[in-house]
Design a protein around this ligand. Sequence first.
Ligand SMILES: O=P(O)(O)OC[C@H]1O[C@](O)(COP(=O)(O)O)[C@@H](O)[C@@H]1O
Ligand SMILES: [Mg+2]
Ligand SMILES: [Mg+2]
Length: 349
Amino acid sequence: MTALTTLGQFIIEKQADFPYAKGELSRLLRDIGIAAKIVNREVNKAGLMDILGDAGSINIQGESQKKLDVFANEQFISALKSGGECCVVVSEENDEYLYIDSEISKDAKYIVAMDPLDGSSNIDVNVSVGTIFSIFRRKSKAGEATMEDALQKGIDQVAAGYIIYGSSTMLVYTTGKGVNGFTLDPSIGEFCLSHPNMTIPEDGYIYSINEGYYTHFPDGVKKYIKYCQVEDVATQRPYTSRYTGSMVADLHRNMIKGGIFIYPITAQAPNGKLRLVYECNPMAFIIEQAGGFASNGYQRILTLDVTELHQRSAIFIGSANMVKQAEEMMKCFSPQVTKKSFEGVVNIQ
Ligand SMILES: O=P(O)(O)OC[C@H]1O[C@](O)(COP(=O)(O)O)[C@@H](O)[C@@H]1O
Ligand SMILES: [Mg+2]
Ligand SMILES: [Mg+2]
């Protein structure tokens, strides 16, 4: 049997890729791995624990927080605090960014933006959920961090990753030199390298979108869905529709099999639903590192200006040729969709 490479060993080995590395990023990734194991333990036995259901609180997005959202948020924040390599945390579950003002973190260089529990609507029904993280280097000098540190463009990420809590638990990440996946082996409690150098096929035959909102989609998206559904053997259409309601699970599947995931702007969500800083940017970095592409329908996600912590964006992400084609349809049928375009479709609040 080939020797297992644990996440810890792999991170150290890869440190050599960065001549000036002093191990801070390696230790930060280690801390994230530790919190992931604790969250995994709760997710795996969620039904037995009093951890299903609502926490009774509302986050800044106006969503009712699930108990596991809050638990995961606390676990990642405490691991980042005790690790000492992170100076600022941005989280879906925290209104403001968190400046870690502790003795061990005062010289910390890294900002972590995270979606502690992705796919919250699936927690209580035992469908795969995930965690998404994005890592930046601070721009401000040591001392108090600034909003500028927290609002960096996706293109400036130094690392990004996700954890999927599914039939097996995996941690997939990139530091800008390809994408690698690790599966948690519960018998030794270690993430072990199982998917080296992950790449996404340029073309795929799966489309992932919540078609329940079809009437509220821009024309470009409607045209693309119709394109996917047409009978055409030569181009292996109709494509298969797959949508779990967990972004991490849908993108992980598409990364392995090829495909496109779309969450466009809709009449209800004229700026999109998914959050740029801790959902779209990290997933775009990973997918692009695997050879795919990510756009908001008009512009590369990683180049979008970031002006708010919980800013939303439309996202078209996955196999490069599929995303480029969807972009063409957006530019052709929905040039610059704005809120105005939906007037008359539904009464917009
Ligand atoms: O139910 P909808 O509108 O299709 O939205 C599903 C999307 O919302 C999300 O659940 C949002 O993420 P959170 O669960 O972290 O809030 C994504 O994982 C998923 O792709
Ligand atoms: Mg999410
Ligand atoms: Mg979430």
